[in-house]
Write a protein that binds this ligand. Structure first.
Ligand code: FEO
Length: 376
């Protein structure tokens, strides 16, 4: 029997100090109740008492035999010391690197019993047997996933997680994409490695450490992870992201948006100064094409655009066509700066650009119409 003993964090504003979580966050933890009892990960330290109460409510007076740590990041390992202060004889189940990382975070921790696991290790609980799967760099190096053979359940650590509490009134995909691209996006090839391993398993249920348990239509979720980790696009369309101070670059971007829509091209447009930058980054991965419009600023590009492009580069943005709208009143350099930044990416091609000197001219309109046709 698998019980979710996780908690909801309704106070958090920024996950990992940077991702806005307007609907909070959940930290899942699971109790596998059998002849032996295994606990799968802990929760953030701030919720240690609520979590242990949840645990005690499913133990029926018994004691946990194992604490399995799949991932050492503190949103999951934060309550390890508290757990062992209550259950000092429980056995820590973790790979060698995880154990060392736990001791790095909690140097005072006394571990009385330890079972070292690695790829393919088995842990028999009675009716259930757990098989451990190495998942390095999804998104930390020590990460393990766990397959419950009898239940056909895959515990996926951060994989298949999303932002939001467990009862957030929102769909899965947008917040799961924003979570994946933000936190795991850089590590696509490692996700591909794990997906290959998962393809050999019969899976009825996915138990992530964030977000809902997934038990229907699993092909949908697995396919999205395949698309995201291969850096393919979900939808043919253009995302326009711009930085504008007095509205002239904005006007050019809105003109391009209008022309693309006239050509029946799906187009979404974002002002980076007032948008959630991580949402726009995740949506850039959703669509097949991207347009970057920015003023020249301090001999470079506007700070929000800088952050946006760096966010794409950090996450290995690739396989996309890009258009550039460069603005500069006396020494425009935004095209040059953007081109240099994008040159480090794989298979990202600048297919057209328009140079504006302060405000859009009739010639610029014609050039934007041509850019729209190129992108279409
Ligand atoms: Fe949910 Fe990488 O911690």
């Amino acid at each position: 029997m698998i019980k979710n003993i996780g908690v909801n964090d309704r106070e958090i504003k920024l996950f990992e100090g940077q991702y806005k979580v307007n609907n909070g966050m959940c930290y899942n933890s699971y109790a596998i109740i059998d002849d032996k009892i295994a606990i799968m990960d802990t929760v953030d330290y701030a919720f240690k008492e609520e979590w242990l109460n949840n645990l005690e409510n499913v133990l029926n007076g018994r004691f946990p035999d194992y604490l399995i740590i799949q991932h050492t990041e503190c949103d999951h390992s934060g309550s390890i010391e508290y757990f062992f202060s209550k259950y000092p004889n429980a056995c820590l189940v973790a790979n060698k690197q995880t154990k060392q990382m736990i001791l790095n975070f909690f140097p005072e921790l006394q571990i009385n019993n330890y079972l070292e696991i690695k790829e393919g290790s088995l842990l028999e609980l009675g009716n259930e047997t757990l098989q451990f799967i190495s998942a390095p760099f999804v998104h930390w190096p020590e990460v393990m996933m766990t397959y419950a053979i009898t239940s056909k359940a895959l515990f996926t650590a951060d994989g298949f997680g999303k932002f939001g509490t467990s009862d957030a009134d929102e769909g899965w995909i947008d917040e799961a994409r924003r979570y994946y691209i933000g936190i795991v996006g850089k590590y696509g090839k490692y996700v591909q490695n794990v997906l290959k391993k998962a393809s050999n398993l019969e899976i009825n249920t996915i138990y992530p450490l964030h977000g809902p348990v997934l038990n229907e239509n699993l092909g949908y979720y697995l396919n999205l992870y395949d698309v995201w980790s291969k850096y393919d696009y979900e939808e043919d369309g253009v995302l326009i992201a711009y930085s504008s101070v007095y509205g002239n670059t904005k006007n050019a971007c809105l003109y391009l948006e209008e022309k693309l829509k006239e050509l029946n091209v799906k187009t979404v447009c974002f002002d980076l100064s007032v948008s959630d930058i991580h949402e726009v980054i995740s949506l850039a991965f959703k669509y097949s094409k991207l347009v970057l419009g920015t003023i020249t600023y301090n001999g470079g590009i506007f700070p929000h655009m800088n952050t946006f492009i760096d966010g794409l580069v950090e996450r290995e943005y690739q396989k996309r066509k890009v258009g550039v709208i460069e603005n500069g009143s006396w020494a425009p350099v935004s095209y040059k700066v953007i081109s240099e930044k994008l040159s480090h990416l794989s298979d990202v091609e600048v297919v057209g650009s328009v140079k504006i000197k302060s405000s859009m001219t009739e010639l610029n309109k014609t050039e934007l119409e041509e850019l729209a046709k190129t992108l279409a």
